[in-house]
Design a protein around this ligand. Sequence first.
Ligand SMILES: NC(=O)c1ccc[n+]([C@@H]2O[C@H](COP(=O)([O-])OP(=O)(O)OC[C@H]3O[C@@H](n4cnc5c(N)ncnc54)[C@H](O)[C@@H]3O)[C@@H](O)[C@H]2O)c1
Length: 358
Amino acid sequence: MAFGIGIIGCGGIGGVHAQAATRAGLPIVAVWDIKPERGEQFAKAHGARACASIDELLAIKDVTAVAVCVPNDQHHPCAMKALAAGKHVLLEKPMAMDVAQCDEIAAAASRARTTLQIGFVCRGSPAARCVKAFIDAGRFGSIQHIKCALYRRRGIPGLGGWFTTKSRSGGGPLIDLGVHMLDLSLWLAGSPRPVRASGATSSGLGAAMRGYTYTWMWAGPPKYDGVCDVEDSATALVRCDGGLTIEMNVTWAANIPDGHLKDGLCVIGSKAGAAFQVFGKEVSIATEEEGHLVDLKPHFVTEDPERQMWDEQYLQFIEAVEGRATPHADAAAGRRVQALVEAIYRSAAEHREVEVAG
Ligand SMILES: NC(=O)c1ccc[n+]([C@@H]2O[C@H](COP(=O)([O-])OP(=O)(O)OC[C@H]3O[C@@H](n4cnc5c(N)ncnc54)[C@H](O)[C@@H]3O)[C@@H](O)[C@H]2O)c1
């Protein structure tokens, strides 16, 4: 019998969690949203109980685990409460607002002796897993450089809402999209320690508010009377122990001609290299065969990469909760990326390369 799950935060990603949990066979026992009507509607759609508070949800015995799907500034308070109540926690990314909060959450998970998994769902990308298998089998040699990018031309989530309010989100695309790219790069490369980072951020399109041409993005259309005090784009060069460098570019909004900069990752190793898109169905590998440089397209099975990513995340969470595996992306992975994000923001503010806190 699968264990029951509670969903905390019934917005955009809460819905994706509910679908993935259902596909994984986990009954959604209860939900809680700070906006009661949203919680009630969501509960109705998923056959769950709508709770009137987080405490009510956490007091339900059949809620063995929770998915924390609230704005970034609410990750720490919600995760701390859930762990103190002895629940297993699947915590959305970024792990928290800063490293100090990450340490408190990790300590709470150790005390609770429950599973804490961070929502680095991109690790479940079929293309990424294909490349990871080649790397782990030693086929790429040592990984020297990873270039990772997610470019959106007009994709600010909920302009004027919590995503674009620094005190609620911690920042813009770096802490939103960059955390996925940085975690994925480090995971692919075998988790070397980031030691130094140089970053730059820019803003203007979002802050201009009415000058921003909205197309579509989650968390709703712009609220022009809201706040936008975060960056539109971020770039970084990260140096890791052992020599790996990571070059990262992420944008929510930028004047990039259509199709002229490529999303995705390029992983360059001493024996082979690969390029792929996180949501893609194809991987390209460059290597040498009998004295010739060749490009290969390894076969792997995927019909719906995004859905598979989410299914993989839930599969791994279930395995961890049921004691058959360690969490997919653990607290150390969440903290490592948080420290790197902090270093990149610090570098951007100080216009110099900085050390990444250990
Ligand atoms: N893994 C991914 O690819 C991915 C994608 C989008 C968002 N996210 C993450 O998911 C989280 C939520 O993002 P979203 O896009 O769903 O935002 P959202 O604004 O659509 O939804 C957030 C929901 O949380 C509710 N809420 C706010 N504070 C609460 C609290 N203290 N207790 C209970 N409910 C509360 C809001 O009313 C809202 O319904 C963020 O941390 C974001 O970074 C992850």
